[in-house]
Write a protein that binds this ligand. Structure first.
Ligand SMILES: Nc1nc2c(ncn2[C@@H]2O[C@H](COP(=O)(O)OP(=O)(O)OP(=O)(O)O)[C@@H](O)[C@H]2O)c(=O)[nH]1
Ligand SMILES: [Mg+2]
Length: 194
């Protein structure tokens, strides 16, 4: 099998209900994490397209389940973030239900990328997400984002703490500031879904 190199990417559809997914049964990789952690930015960087997924400096930009076709082999699924304080309780519950229903029921979901801001580490709602993923037996890796914002020393501290708390999970580093982080992610995704 040739490697999926993320050279060709296209937005397919946004849905509120996972059962409206695209017809193709490609394996799916989901981007999960707090609002503003950098999920949509990561997707844009690894496919080298500035505006494929919508990005914003204010949290709560992604509001639906967004399917992106990668090389006609894979869907990357960009999800809304959790933990955004400025939306109403009702809206928050609606998003939470949408994300959980997707993660629980998507038969083609092969890997969850759980993005964590390296400056914050895992906060309460991230830990709840980890517990939830463990409970439902969903495979996941951690991606520490925005590493351009923190010294190497401090990033290592956060990483060590995570390794103690959550052994046996990959922890990758990522920043949109350099292309150097792209290859590591692409290689691991290929490995995990093959
Ligand atoms: N310095 C820095 N800023 C980043 C990086 N990645 C994302 N950002 C910024 O963080 C903000 C949020 O990025 P998004 O990609 O929209 O975050 P998101 O997780 O998709 O957010 P929601 O859709 O609201 O859940 C934007 O202002 C980005 O420019 C990074 O690696 N470094
Ligand atoms: Mg987004």
């Amino acid at each position: 099998m040739t490697i999926i190199n993320f050279n060709k990417a296209a937005f397919i559809k946004s849905v509120a209900d996972y059962s409206d997914k695209p017809d193709e049964n490609y394996p799916e990789v989901a981007l999960v994490g707090r609002s503003n952690v950098g999920k949509s930015s990561l997707l844009n960087k690894i496919v080298n397209r500035k505006k494929l997924a919508k990005v914003s400096s204010s949290p709560g930009k992604t509001r639906l389940i967004n399917y992106f076709n990668i090389d006609n082999r894979l869907f990357v699924v960009d999800l809304p973030g959790y933990g955004f304080s400025k939306v109403s309780k009702g809206e928050k519950n609606r998003w939470q239900n949408m994300i959980e229903a997707y993660l629980k029921n998507s038969i083609n979901l092969r890997l969850v990328c759980l993005l964590i801001d390296c400056r914050q580490g895992l906060l309460k709602n991230d830990k709840e997400m980890v517990q939830w993923l463990d409970y439902y037996n969903k495979p996941y890796i951690f991606i520490l984002t925005k590493v351009d914002k923190l010294s190497k020393n401090n990033i290592n501290k956060v990483q060590k703490q995570m390794m103690r708390e959550y052994p046996n999970h990959h922890i990758l580093h990522f920043s949109t500031s350099s292309i150097e982080y792209r290859n590591g992610i692409i290689l691991l995704l290929n490995e995990m879904i093959s």
